[in-house]
Design a protein around this ligand. Structure first.
Ligand SMILES: Cc1ncc(C[n+]2csc(CCOP(=O)(O)OP(=O)(O)O)c2C)c(N)n1
Ligand code: SF4
Ligand SMILES: [Mg+2]
Length: 329
C-alpha cells in the first residue's frame, strides 16, 4: 500500500532528455573520477527537487560537507554509519505525519536514504531490512565502492575477492588476504523481503540512462525500494581517474557485477550475462586495477570459475546462489 499519492516520471530516453537542473552541484571534495559522486548527482537529478535525502557516514558525507559547505541543493541530513534504513523510515514517517496534521501541503515528497557498502551492506543491514518491511514510500541507495573508502580503503563484506586493501595487504607468505566472496546484498534483500516493491542493481554511467531510469522507476512504484550501485573508486581500486566509466562497464560485462531489476518477483536482466558469449574475461576488468596487481594466473582462473558458476549453475543466475533441488531421500 502506498503511503502518499504516487508520482509519475517520464522515461529518460537519451542524453538530450536528462534534466539540466542540478541538485548536487559543484563544491564537493570527492576525488577526481569518483563514480559515487556521479551516483549522487544522477539519483537526485532523476528524482528532482521535491525530495529529502539522508546519507550515512562515508566519503559521500565527509567529502560533501567539508568546511561547512555542501553541494546538496535539496534538504539533506547526515545520519549515523549504520542508520540509513532507520533514517529512511523516520523521514517517510515524518512526511506522512506532517501531511496528516495539515502542516505541509499534500504533495508527493520523495524520501531517499543512501549508504555505503560498509554502512549499508555490513553495519546497517538490519535497519535496511526493517525499512523494506514497512509500507512507507522510501528508496534506499547503497553506493558500493567496495571498501570503507573514507577511512583509507579497508575491506568490507562487498570487496571483490583478492583485492588489496589496507585490511588485506598482499604479503610474501600469504599472497591473497581478501578471501571472501562478495556479499550478495541486493539478492539477499530481494529473496527475503516480499514487501519490497522494487530492487535493482545499477552503475551510474553504464548502460547510459539506465541508473537514472531505475531511480525514477523505484520512486514511481513507491513502497519500500532498494538500489545497489557499483561505483568504481580511483583511489581504492588504484587506476587513473579517467577510466571510471570504463571500469564500471568492464565489471558488468565480465559478469562480476550482475545488472538487473526485480519488480513483483519478476527479474529483468539489464545486462544479460547468461550467454557465455556476452561475458568478457574477468581479467579484462581485474588487470586494469592496481588492487589486483599481485594476482597470479591461478587466482584469476579461480575468480573466472566462480563467475562462470554464478551465471551457468545458479537457479536464478547472478541473483540467487542456489543450484536447484536434490531428489528427496
Ligand atoms: C559507528 C561508527 N564506526 C566507525 C566509524 C568510522 N567510519 C567513518 S566512515 C567509515 C567507512 C564507511 O564505509 P562505507 O560505508 O563503505 O562508505 P565509503 O567511506 O566507502 O564512502 C568508517 C568506518 C563511524 N563513523 N561510525
Ligand atoms: S576515495 Fe573513492 S569513493 Fe571516496 S571520494 Fe575518492 S574516489 Fe570517491
Ligand atoms: Mg564504501
Amino acid at each position: 500500500m502506498a503511503t502518499q499519492e504516487m508520482i509519475t516520471y517520464d522515461k529518460i530516453k537519451g542524453v538530450h532528455n536528462i534534466p539540466l537542473e542540478e541538485f548536487y552541484t559543484s563544491g564537493h571534495r570527492t576525488c577526481q573520477g569518483c563514480e559515487s559522486a556521479t551516483t549522487m548527482r544522477g539519483f537526485i537529478k532523476a528524482a528532482g527537487p521535491r525530495s529529502i535525502v539522508t546519507g550515512s557516514t562515508g566519503c559521500m558525507y565527509v567529502a560533501n560537507t567539508s568546511y561547512m559547505t555542501t553541494p546538496w541543493i535539496v534538504p539533506w541530513m547526515h545520519t549515523q554509519l549504520g542508520a540509513s534504513g532507520s533514517s529512511a523510515i523516520g523521514m517517510a514517517a515524518g512526511v506522512r505525519a506532517l501531511k496528516r496534521k495539515g502542516k505541509i501541503k499534500d504533495e508527493h515528497i520523495n524520501a531517499i536514504a543512501f549508504c555505503g557498502d560498509l554502512g549499508g551492506g555490513d553495519m546497517g543491514l538490519s535497519g535496511i531490512s526493517g525499512a523494506l518491511q514497512t509500507n512507507y514510500d522510501l528508496l534506499i541507495i547503497m553506493y558500493d565502492n567496495e571498501s570503507a573508502a573514507n577511512t583509507d580503503i579497508q575491506a568490507t563484506g562487498l570487496t571483490t575477492y583478492g583485492a588489496q586493501t589496507t585490511f588485506t595487504p598482499p604479503g610474501k607468505k600469504t599472497r591473497i588476504m581478501q578471501k571472501r566472496w562478495k556479499k550478495n546484498v541486493a539478492g539477499m534483500l530481494a529473496v527475503g523481503h516480499p514487501t519490497c516493491k522494487y530492487i535493482a542493481t545499477a552503475c551510474a554511467t553504464y548502460p547510459p540512462m539506465d541508473f537514472l531510469n531505475k531511480v525514477r522507476k523505484a520512486l514511481a512504484i513507491g513502497g519500500p525500494t532498494f538500489i545497489h550501485t557499483y561505483d568504481p573508486c580511483p583511489k581504492g581500486w588504484d587506476y587513473h581517474p579517467r577510466y571510471s566509466h570504463e571500469l564500471g562497464e568492464l565489471g558488468i560485462k565480465s559478469g562480476l557485477y550482475p545488472l538487473y531489476e526485480i519488480v513483483e518477483g519478476q527479474v529483468t536482466y539489464t545486462y544479460d550475462a547468461r550467454p557465455k558469449k556476452s561475458r568478457i574475461p574477468v581479467n579484462d576488468f581485474l588487470s586494469k586495477q592496481g588492487r589486483f596487481a599481485h594476482l597470479i594466473q591461478e587466482d584469476i582462473d579461480y575468480i573466472q570459475k566462480m563467475v562462470n558458476q554464478m551465471w551457468d549453475e545458479w537457479e536464478i543466475p547472478g541473483i540467487a546462489p542456489l543450484k536447484g533441488v536434490l531428489k528427496s531421500k
